[in-house]
Design a protein around this ligand. Structure first.
Ligand code: ADE
Length: 425
């Protein structure tokens, strides 16, 4: 039986924003040569012809290039937002107007609209799902088991989504192949580290316009995102304190030259707090209570659960918007705490997310992961799959080529040497 998906329209803020979106998408393309090469090949080979695809991602200029590449490859693609505050409305408008891609995403959409868009995406009956945070996949598993038969597989962009997929695997509910894009080297070494590092500080600066030199910045979490954020904060002259729960990562932070403290001790010292842990209530009541007057808190982890803002609101006599994406919680104890981007990803809420040059590699992984799923349709058993090493290497090679950087190759003698064990000292 052939099931035809209902015809989808779009839900974007204002189609009149399309020309601005076009200009910004074109600009981003200058830094995305790897994805461009993949798109050109997809245009010829049409690997997704006849397939329905849903992408749930931050709707940015970079995501636009991914969506355009997938459409060029023949996909019947629909795009929805993976976060209520990360959509660039001009980009959403341009994808609808100029590229005919149905987009359901409006910056500032409420939770109900966000969930409705997830349902609309699933109404498309996807054969492939690109997810960022696993909201579409989790909804499919919980509410639309009957549609799993349509699915070739899914791809996941971010650490939080991978944690959720692993939990699904442990619970025995991951009954289809899922590609782990986040853990590809050409993804997390660059996107999580340099992308989050730069864009998080960009978000804080755009939201507040404050000088970071000389400030004490507390970075909660020393995964790849935390490493990049701490590195760039130090680069701007801040004194950086790292908090961790993992002893190995804590030693790494110490040996990278950072002070490591429990949050309870960091709380009264910090001027700015940035959470990048993926866990909930990393900054909570006891920490807010201990903070200096005027402390700034923000989050760059996937979900808005890292700061216990319900507690903060319960202590506030007033919450005032003092600048775009900047709210002052005036507390009953006489102090204020400043919250950026409503505790959502500050780099996407108050700035434009990771720069295009890193998303080039992340989205090259996404595009090739989708192609891999299609090429291996029927051969992959349910589970979480790494991006094949050759794909990762190819993306790195293409990026180097595009940057005009040549590297050495092994000599025959060197290949023999590393493949032998007989000769030592
Ligand atoms: N995640 C972080 N930054 C991003 C960007 N610029 N585009 C899409 N997803 C992102």
């Amino acid at each position: 039986m052939t099931v035809t998906a209902p015809r989808l329209k779009h839900e974007v803020k204002d189609l009149a924003l399309a020309p601005l979106g076009r200009q910004r998408i074109d600009w981003a393309g200058r830094e995305m040569p790897v994805l461009k090469q993949i798109r050109d090949r997809f245009e010829q080979e049409k690997p997704f012809a006849g397939l329905r695809l849903v992408a749930c991602a931050h709707v940015t200029t970079e995501t636009a290039h991914l969506a355009i590449a997938l459409k060029a490859g023949g996909a019947d693609a629909v795009l929805i937002a993976s976060n209520p505050l990360s959509t660039q409305d001009d980009v959403a408008a341009c994808l609808v107007s100029d590229y005919g891609i149905p987009v359901f995403a409006i910056k500032g959409e409420d939770a109900q609209t966000y969930s409705r868009h997830v349902q609309i995406a699933l109404d498309h009956r996807p054969n492939i799902i690109i997810d960022d945070g696993s909201d579409v996949v989790a909804t499919l598993v919980q509410e639309r088991q009957h549609q799993i038969a349509d699915l070739i597989g899914t791809t996941e962009e971010t650490t939080t989504g991978i944690v959720r997929l692993r939990a699904m695997l442990n619970d025995g509910v991951l009954t289809f192949p899922a590609m782990n894009v986040n853990d590809a080297d050409t993804k997390h070494f660059f996107d999580n580290r340099y992308g989050t590092g730069q864009s998080t500080l960009d978000g804080i600066i755009r939201a507040t316009n404050i000088l970071l030199a000389g400030k004490t910045i507390v970075v909660a979490g020393y995964g790849w995102c935390g490493k990049g954020t701490a590195l760039r904060a130090r680069g701007l002259g801040a004194n950086v304190i790292v908090t961790e729960i993992d002893p190995i990562k804590a030693i790494e932070a110490v040996m990278d030259g950072f002070r490591v403290l429990p949050m309870s001790e960091a709380a009264p010292q910090g001027d700015i707090f940035i959470t990048v842990t993926g866990n909930k209530h990393v900054v909570r009541g006891e920490h807010f209570d201990a903070m200096k007057d005027g402390a700034i808190v923000c989050n760059s982890g996937h979900f808005d659960i890292e700061l216990d803002l319900k507690y903060l609101a319960s202590q506030a006599k007033e919450i005032k918007v003092v600048r775009p994406f900047t709210e002052q919680y005036v507390l009953q104890n006489g102090k204020s705490v400043i919250v950026l981007g409503e505790g959502r990803l500050v780099n996407l809420a108050a700035a434009e997310g990771h720069p295009s040059a890193v998303m080039d590699m992340s989205f090259a992984n996404q595009a090739l992961a989708c192609e891999y799923l299609v090429k291996n349709q029927g051969k992959l058993s349910p589970g979480l799959y790494s991006i094949p090493k050759e794909v990762d290497q190819e993306i790195a090679q293409l990026k180097l080529q595009a940057l005009g950087i040549a590297i050495d190759t092994l000599t025959v003698a060197q290949i023999e040497y590393i493949n032998s064990w007989q000769s030592g000292t």
